[in-house]
Design a protein around this ligand. Sequence first.
Ligand SMILES: [Zn+2]
Length: 305
Amino acid sequence: MAAPDPRPSVTRVELPVDTRALGGTTNAYLAAGLLVDPAARIEALDAAVGVDESGVAASSSTTAVDAIAVTHTHPDHVGAVAEYADLTGAPVYAHADHVDRFTAATGVVPDGTFRDGDRVDDTPIRAVETPGHAPDHVAFAVESDAGGDGESGTGGDGESGTGADGDAAGATRDLLCGDLAVADGSVAVAAPDGDLREYLDSLERVREAGYDRLRPGHGPAIDDPEPVCQRLTDHRLDRERAVLAAVEGGANDVESVVDDAYQKDLTGVGDLARATVVAHLEKLVAEERINDGWAERIGGGAPGE
Ligand SMILES: [Zn+2]
């Protein structure tokens, strides 16, 4: 059909995984040679990365993968890192401060590391530290010089012309944002991994950076990052107000705060609600907005390294 596009495009493959996230799938992305979040091995991802059923590179001796990385090491993002590292022979990269955690989660000792702002291997993709959902959470920034966004059927996005050819004004910046954001609903920021202060900071930095599009770890792309970041921030602050009101209203253990702050049937999600409330209480303790006796009641002290 169309002529090959030499510029970075982003391919998304939805993978069935054991996740509570919406849809029960995790998105793997292939962008400019970087494979992100290979959470499971399926045929469609094999095809995208250029290996056939027997695991052999489909075209001569090379695959489409120059490097492999993950947005964070939660189990629903890392399931096939080792397998695709074997299949493609591509080096695996992890955040320099979280190598042990990465190895424990993936079974792979990384070949290289990155820090905030670094390019991953020789790809043009840069790591963007976005802790909060998990301490090792990063996003990956994909910059392209031209309007092509790698997806057929999308409009010109406010640009004149088809955007099909080298128009410098069509430069776009996408962020593969992992579990920092989702198009609908919200992401979990829950104890012990979640840190709400870091999460809100990360969200703010990503919003200020003005990306054209966020591509989440679960669900569809976010074409309007600004209002979605605002909605996610508001959601956290609403919940924080409810938690604070519960404490000020006399709730004196985590369970009573959960009951007061949610006031709905939590069947099936009670543990997540509790872990979320603990993350909120940790933030409030750290900010000295509630009595530090809560540090003991939530059984872990204040967040931080
Ligand atoms: Zn996660």
